[in-house]
Design a protein around this ligand. Sequence first.
Ligand SMILES: Cc1cc2nc3c(=O)[nH]c(=O)nc-3n(C[C@H](O)[C@H](O)[C@H](O)COP(=O)(O)OP(=O)(O)OC[C@H]3O[C@@H](n4cnc5c(N)ncnc54)[C@H](O)[C@@H]3O)c2cc1C
Length: 436
Amino acid sequence: MTKGCGLLGYEPSYYTDTAQAKPDYPCLKGEVQADICIVGAGFTGLSAALHLAEQGYQVAVLEAERIGWGASGRNGGQVCQGHNMGHEELEKKLGKASADLLWQMSLESVDLVRALIAKHDIQCDLKQGVMHVAAKPAHNAHIKETVEYKNRVLNYDALKYVEPDEVSAMLGCERFGAGEYWTEGAHLHPLNYALGLAQAAEKAGVRFYENSRVSHYASHKTVEGSQVTVECEQGQVKAKYLLLACNGYLGNLEPRIASKIMPINNFILATEPLDDATCRRINRDDIAVADSRFVINYFKLSGDNRLLWGGGENYSSKFPKDIGNFVRPYMLEYYPELKDARIDYGWGGTLAITLNRMPHFDRVDDAIFVAQGYSGHGVALATLGGKLMAEAISGSAERFDLFAKVPTPSFPGGTLLRWPGLVAGMLFYSLRDRFF
Ligand SMILES: Cc1cc2nc3c(=O)[nH]c(=O)nc-3n(C[C@H](O)[C@H](O)[C@H](O)COP(=O)(O)OP(=O)(O)OC[C@H]3O[C@@H](n4cnc5c(N)ncnc54)[C@H](O)[C@@H]3O)c2cc1C
């Protein structure tokens, strides 16, 4: 079912077969000196690297696999404003001024993605518009309240309430309820966005090392400040600062932050290219769509008119054998008329969620920064997260610290016993999706 892999060393997907660039960076060998060492070349690490190099820092990025190999090169490509935690809840936790700033930064995150794409001329099928739709009538009222709150209290008028009839007309499907339409939201080809960021960062002087998995590191103080030594199998980087940008692939690298996130797997299929009439019927305005289920369905059209449909998760270390067929029933539930559409690709990726669904930004010590746990909202927020780490290192830590102030509870059971509780919880919520 899944076609051949256009890029060696990547999980085969529609994105790898349509990648604009073929990165080829060396494996780290011997000793390298840098101001900053970054572990992980997804949106977080790439954005941090680019912003730091533009300020004149010497940056080395160590990636265990390939550039954009993780969630950043495999996701649904939806770029949306807002946070997963409601504004009122953020206000209760941090006060009005901080909650307002976090909201503003969520708007900035989408602008930042657009600005980087424009500045570096990244070819990544960027299109306008994201709509969140009620999966069932019981969710309509919440959608209406969310839109009204953002319009009235936050003075944000680029979010529109869409009546269920209009949603049906836009999506050619009567099963969805009302919609919240983020008219300034966007969607894109995520791997091409990641590869474009890497090219821009390389031009700015960043040194990338692929197939260079960090096994461990140590930091200590010297008379000049901090020093970190980061070890891979065949080499090491010595730097003043270390940025951990590993997200769902962190594993056991840093036990002090691992219990703040839970890796979960999410899956996407791509149909064969659909004819123009079908595309216009199921997605009249060529926007990205996500529904309100706990295990969400999300979809968009690709640059070549395939339906990319995300649906289904698992919480194990293995992906289903036939991912296309695993996801297909979710798509057919809404669009049974696509039963004869060929499924050309099916792939999965691992993302990191936090218990409160806000990203987890932190300092492990004075020299080690972390940004992770975007909880399915990382295309925009990870790009911003990288920029905020760069700001913090260059002396303006206020915005990084504001995110870091949002309390991130650890998953019960710590790093070892998180799984059973999570699996039970997730199954409960996904069952609730089906029955209520
Ligand atoms: C299927 C799927 C759909 C999604 N859809 C959306 C969406 O539509 N919109 C949205 O906003 N978000 C979405 N997300 C989430 C989004 O993709 C992530 O939040 C974002 O990509 C995180 O970027 P990152 O750079 O932090 O992590 P990643 O892109 O996962 O990068 C982490 C990198 O660290 C590397 N690494 C880990 N350990 C080591 C080590 N020891 N040494 C060296 N390198 C290491 C990994 O190899 C990996 O490349 C989705 C995620 C998935 C999986």
